[in-house]
Design a protein around this ligand. Structure first.
Ligand code: AMP
Ligand code: GLY
Length: 431
């Protein structure tokens, strides 16, 4: 089978690493990929947003199966267009991808199917949004309706802040057209966790659980990022909680989507807030998380490729996935200045030594190679640059190995958090 992975982050490196190990995979391409992916797949210089380019390449190269990493091409209809061109691909249709592409669509669906979530209202007019905020009081949450690269959520501790957030989105257009419509919602307290399932339109199989660290700074402080690290499993989700999440959130969403005429196929990634043992949905994503994908795939024992094909072919019924009991952790190394202004072009050394640390895999995100006086060097080429992933019997053990590998890397232009996994490690220490 000839497989194409779309994307260029750490998630796509992990996908290529997993898919390339499948005996079913005879040729593996990645568009556009990165310096690390080039070791696992043939990278082709087509951007993840170049829908026509991806379709032409898939036809020309007789690709049998496309796995789409990021949300933007899914929301833009890549899967539908590949299907029209006769090419099978893993991921939701544009309509089903609205679960991530429009927060208002997602909240309305949850409401229609009584799925637990924060109360909310949708607004197209800033004055009525502000009046609603004044009426409800703070804390309150203001969200841009559309895709905003994970930045379109503003948690407001005062009514004034929330009014400012409305102006930031609707008048100043900080998130472009994504903020033409907004959702105002209840501020939820509790502990966050991510839950993943693969879905074939009708059936859903739970994958492993994970928790990520969104804030840039240690102690979960500072501005939010795409994720500075993650670990799996999430200790807050035990078997009983998993069953509740499946029954109260995932399955009603999957059947609701099917009932309304846009069945969901792909990875359903639920961002949850769990308070006093009750899970509520904060958001849905329609793809693997990054860096959550790296920790999930590090723990997956089964061959990933047949699972993704089964989801695409509506054959997940009775499909079984096996997992290692070991925990996994990913430490993200980012370029100085991330998230607001990451510095590109700095040199990274020591990656070979890092990869030699036992139980460690180095996934690349924003990297590129350059020939410097005949020597191939790796340079930073984005915000999040590396995802150092390790496994161990416990999160504590995995964390130790991961930081050992981090310390083998010499990169004066980058940084990482030193406390990834702290919640799970605290729990392990009090066991
Ligand atoms: P989202 O992109 O919707 O996941 O939001 C980004 C982050 O904002 C989440 O991971 C939460 O930490 C936080 N968040 C989103 N919605 C809420 C909410 N209703 N209450 C409290 N925190 C929230
Ligand atoms: N790590 C969060 C995300 O992929 O959306």
């Amino acid at each position: 089978m000839r497989v194409l992975v779309v994307g260029s982050g750490g998630r796509e490196h992990a996908l290529c690493w997993s898919l390339g190990a499948s005996p079913l995979c005879k040729a593996l391409y990645c568009a556009p990929g990165n310096a690390g992916i080039a070791d696992a797949a043939i990278c082709v210089p087509i951007s993840a947003d170049d829908i026509d380019g991806l379709i032409k390449f898939s036809k020309d190269e007789k690709i049998d199966f496309v796995v789409v990493g990021p949300e933007a091409p899914l929301v833009a209809g890549l899967v539908d267009k590949l299907k029209n061109a006769g090419i099978k691909s893993f991921g939701p249709s544009a309509k089903a991808a609205q679960l991530e592409g429009s927060k208002g669509f997602m909240k309305d669906l949850l409401q229609r199917h009584n799925i637990p979530t924060a109360w909310y209202r949708r607004f197209k007019d800033p004055m009525t949004a502000k009046a609603f905020i004044s009426d409800k009081g703070a804390p309150i949450v203001v969200k841009a309706d559309g895709l905003a690269g994970g930045k379109g959520v503003i948690l407001c501790t005062s009514v004034e802040d929330a009014h400012t957030a409305v102006d930031t989105m609707m008048a100043e257009k900080a998130f472009g057209d994504a903020g033409n419509e907004i959702v105002i919602e209840e501020f939820l307290e509790g502990e966050e966790a991510s839950f993943f399932a693969i879905v074939d339109g009708e059936c859903a199989i739970p994958l492993a659980t994970a928790q990520d660290h969104k804030a840039v700074g240690e102690g979960d402080t500072g501005p939010n990022t795409g994720g500075m690290g993650a670990y799996s499993p999430a200790p807050i989700i035990d078997a009983k909680m998993q069953e509740r999440i499946m029954n109260e959130i995932i399955l009603p969403t999957v059947s609701g989507m099917a009932l309304e005429g846009y069945p969901f196929t792909g990875v359903l990634f639920a961002g949850l807030m769990i308070n006093k043992g009750n899970p509520k949905i904060l958001e849905f994503n329609v793809r693997f998380g990054d860096p959550e994908c790296q920790v999930l795939l590090a723990r997956l024992k089964s061959d990933l490729l047949p699972a993704l094909i089964a989801a695409t072919d509506s054959q997940l019924n009775n499909f079984d996935l096996r997992w290692y009991d070991d925990a996994a952790i990913t430490i993200v190394m980012a370029a100085d200045g991330y998230p607001s202004n990451p510095k590109k072009g700095t040199m990274i050394e020591g990656l070979i030594d890092a990869a030699k640390v036992e139980n460690v895999t180095v996934f690349h995100a924003g990297t590129k190679t350059e020939d410097r006086d005949g020597k191939i060097t790796i340079l930073a080429n984005g915000g999040r640059v590396l995802g150092i992933t390790a496994t161990g019997k416990t999160v504590t053990e995995a964390q130790k190995q991961a930081y050992r590998a981090v310390d083998a890397i010499s990169w004066p232009g980058g940084f990482c958090r030193r406390d990834i996994g702290w919640r799970a490690i605290e729990r392990e220490n009090t066991r």
